[in-house]
Design a protein. Sequence first.
Length: 317
Amino acid sequence: MKKTFLYVLISTFMFSSMEISLKSVQGVFSPIQLNLIRFFIGGLVLIPIVVKNGKQSLLTSKWKSLGVFLLTGFLCVVVSMTLFQLAIMYDEASTVAVLFSCNPVFALLFAFFILREKISRLGFISLVLSIIGLLVIVNPANLTNPLGISLALGSALTFGLYSIVSRWGSQVTGQNGLATTCYTFLAGSVELLILVSITNISAVANYMNKVEWLKPFANTPIIHNISMNYFWILLFICVCVTGGGFAFYFLAMERAGVSIASIVFFIKPGLAPILAMILLGEKITINTWIGIVIILIGSVITFIGSQMEQKNAALEE
């Protein structure tokens, strides 16, 4: 139990410091460049753990499995995490952290509409509270940063979709959550590398420079500023936050189940803003604090509901 607690503690700190560490290198690396670097190295970090867990038999052809990982990689790395990276550039790290932590709300909705999964009473209450918390934080009556908030919500929404597609992908390929995450990171990195390479073609770059919203993505660098000057922060972002965070999360899940491992995402909405306030000096507004409390209450209800579902499932067996 002590080892499980340690895994949860490390994973919680890593995930909660994600936005802060990414914000700290803003202006040093291109958002897309940093996205590419951290998920490629993060995927490589997960490979030894996947191999150690043993090779799993594939339920389908390797080509079909590759198609699944290309799809999950596109949704996670190319779309969701690119929006996430851009959100950090345009908004406070604390705000992005809280809004992104609500991705399970969107996953719940996608599970209902796509997989036809029923929403329990406690799940519905948690869903409503999370939406209220989001509205309190966003404050639609007085939007001060619509772009940053839109990017953060877009990232959370598409990550929720990725979570559902990833669950389906695990069933199709026969891979567990850790292996699926590892291959998703690597496949998404390859896809992002191709897109980045295209932006460096002269004709494409010239066209992008003529379009206002595409201009920031023209000639996206790949290895620019990768040097010993930024070695430690890149090591922390790629190995600790991206690779290590997911590794310890899945190790905790293997030892204690989904409900215990999910504590990580219930603590993050409260811990990440505090870290941003201490380390980055960000000021957190009253409505943001109120929204955080409401979302945390919703998270606790989700956790209680998950525990009850597991107990009921155990009794039925």
